[in-house]
Design a protein around this ligand. Sequence first.
Ligand code: UDX
Length: 455
Amino acid sequence: MDLQHHVLVVPCPAQGHVTPLIKIAYNLAYHGIKVTFANSEFIEAKILAAMSDSDKKQCPLRLVSYSDGLDSHPEERNGPGLMDSLKKVMPDNIEKLIKQINHSDKEPITCVIADLSVGWTLEVASKMGLKQVAVWTAGTGCLALSLHIPELIETGVIDENGSAVGNELICLSEELPLLKSSELTWSSPGNPTAQKFVLDLCLDVKQVAKNASIVLCNTCYELDSFSCAIIPNILPIGPLPAIKNLNPSSGTFSSHDLTCLIWLDKQPSNSVIYVAFGSTTVFSQKQFNEVALGLELSGHSFLWVVRPNIVNGSFPEYPIDFLERTAGRGKIVEWAPQEEILAHTSISCFFSHCGWNSTMEGLTHGVPFLCWPYMWDQFYNKNYIRDMWKVGLSLEHDEDGMISRHEIKTKIDNLLTNHGIKTNALKLMEDAKKSVTEGGSSYENFESLIKYLKA
Ligand code: UDX
C-alpha cells in the first residue's frame, strides 16, 4: 500500500477556530489523508473530556498537543496573554512536534494546514520545507479588511494606531457592505492598548496571508463572490457542514446538553427563537436582564444558551421570577448542539452575535438572524447578514448604550413577520447546499485541495 500523505492541522486554541478546522480535518481523513490534529494541552484536555466514548473510538484523527506556555499563569488564557504566549512558544513547540512525529512515524508530515490566527506555524512549515496551507476561520470581510490596512492608513481613513480619522463609512468594494469606522475588527473605543493589540494581530494575519499559496475560507463563491474577488489565493470550501460521521461533540470544549433536542421535538414548527452568542461574548448583569425580559416580552418560545461565564465571566442572575414566568416556553442550557438545533423544524430565527461559524451554520439551515455583534469580525458579519444577504435584522442601542427589552421585542416581531427575509434565507440555503454538493464550487475546491495535498 503506498504511503499515506500526512498532514498536520493546527488551529488557534479557541472554540471558534477549532470547530472549523476539525471539520476540515475530518473531511481530509475521509479522503484517505492521514491527519494529525494539534491543540494546546489545555484545549486538548477540554476536547477529550467533552468527547463521547464512541466519538473517541470513531475519531479518524491523531490528536497531539503542545504547551501554550501558560501552565504557571492559567488565568492569562482568557486575555491577550494567550496570543502573546503562543507567539513566543508555538514556533519551537510545533517544530519539535513535527520532528518527533517524523522520527517515530513511517509516514512523515508533508504539509501543515494552520489557522492564520497562529500564522507563525506556517513560517515553521516553510522553514522545514513542508507544504503550507493557511485557513481563515472568521468572516471573509474581516480578512479583506486586514489585507487593506496599509491603504486605509495611506488614504487617511485610519491612523497608525487603527483609530478612525473621520466618521466616513468604509467601502472595500462597490458590492461589499459598508462598514462604520467604529465597527472595525480592532475598534476598541477607550482602550488604545486593546485596539493596538488586535490591529497588530490583523497585520500579522495580513503578512502571512499575503505569502500563502492557498487560503482556505469557510465561505463559498455562491454566497460571497465579492469578498473572494479581493482576497488573493482564496480557496472557498464552505459552508463547512457538520460532517456526516462527525458527531457534533467532536471539537467542542463543553459537553452538549442534549435535553434541548427533546424539548424542541415537543414544540410546534417555526415557533422557537434560538438564542446563542458563541463562546466568548459576555454581558453586564444589567444588559443580561434586558435580554431575558426582551425574550419574555416577545411572547415567543425560546431556547437560550447561557454559558456559566456569560455575565462578566461569572454565573448570571435572572430577573426576579423570570424563570417561573417563562417556565412553559423557555428552555435554558449551558452549551447546546447548535447545528442540530438550527436544523430543527421548530426554530423560527437565530438571535446571534454573528460569529462566523454561527453565521455559516445559520445560513446553511435557512434560519433568519437577529444580529447582536459583540466584537472583532462580528460587526462586519452583521452587515453581510443584514445589508448584503438580507437575511436578518440588527438591534440599535439606546442613549445609555444598552439594548433594551423593548428593542429586542420589536425587532423579533419585525423579523418574524418579514417574509422577504425568510425567502432570502431559504434561497441562500439552497445556494450553499449546491456549493458543497458535487459540481458546486466549494466541492470542487475541496477536491483540488486533496489533489494538491496528494501531489
Ligand atoms: C470566535 C469569534 O468570536 C468570532 O467572531 C469568529 O468569527 C470566530 O471565532 P465564537 O465567538 O466562538 O468565535 O463564535 P462562532 O464563530 O459562532 O463559533 C461558535 C461555535 O460554537 C459554533 O460552531 C457553534 O456551533 C458552537 N456552539 C455555540 C455550540 O456548539 N454550542 C453552543 O451552545 C454555542
